[in-house]
Design a protein around this ligand. Structure first.
Ligand SMILES: *Cc1c(COP(=O)(O)O)cnc(C)c1O
Length: 199
């Protein structure tokens, strides 16, 4: 299990200090806002994860800044990434699933996951490593969503014959439940860096 320190709104000096203290994986949720932090801390100083929603027109920029993309939720995004990827580079991606079916959340619906995965796996240069979800508020609902993501992963591995070892799930408020349900990448911001100013 790896901890991805989510550094949105955290001053670059603080991020750099966390890297010096040994945090290896860092996450940002917006391409635009990540640029300054990554430039200040160093593109090579950490493994950078894009954990937030990606727009198609930012695919090229995202590939310059990030090592992992957690938020592929459409064929269009996958194709945009594949098109801008320069061989022989391969990029690890996760497919984001809206397990709880919440209208406000990004991610593909569980019922549409299998056909999407088939098409993402077929994109040249994209290495599909697993699934990602943002849990609903509340411990019980979050745990159900995390267990649901793990079950979906098991089913997709069996049906498609691909390995999907990574489960990106769990944030500051619910990472214990996520780890118990099999998370391999917890995305923790405020529990490490303190509360964010509201924006
Ligand atoms: C902000 C964010 C996190 C971290 O949230 P915390 O509650 O501060 O731990 C994790 N995942 C995504 C997608 C985020 O946008």
């Amino acid at each position: 299990m790896r901890v991805v320190g989510v550094v949105k709104t955290v001053p670059a000096e603080v991020v750099a200090e966390a890297v010096r203290l040994g945090l290896r994986d860092l996450g940002e949720n917006r391409v635009q806002e990540a640029r300054d932090t990554i430039a200040a801390v160093g593109r090579e100083a950490a493994v950078w994860h894009l954990v937030g929603h990606l727009q198609r027109n930012k695919a090229g920029r995202a590939l310059e800044l990030f090592d992992w993309i957690h938020s592929v939720d459409s064929v269009e995004i996958a194709a945009a990434l594949a098109k801008r990827l320069e061989p022989p580079r391969r990029v690890p991606v996760l497919v984001e699933v809206n397990v709880g079916g919440e209208a406000t959340k990004h991610g593909i619906a569980p019922a549409a996951l299998e056909p999407l995965l088939e098409r993402v796996v077929a994109q040249p240069g994209l290495e599909v490593r697993g699934l990602m979800t943002v849990g609903p508020a509340g411990e019980a609902g979050a745990r159900r969503a995390f267990a649901g993501l793990r079950e979906l992963r098991d089913r997709m591995e069996a049906r498609l014959g691909v390995a999907l070892p990574e489960l990106s799930m769990g944030m500051s408020g619910d990472f214990e439940a996520a780890v118990e349900e099999g998370s391999t990448l917890v995305r923790v911001g405020s529990a490490i860096f303190g509360d964010r100013p509201s924006r």
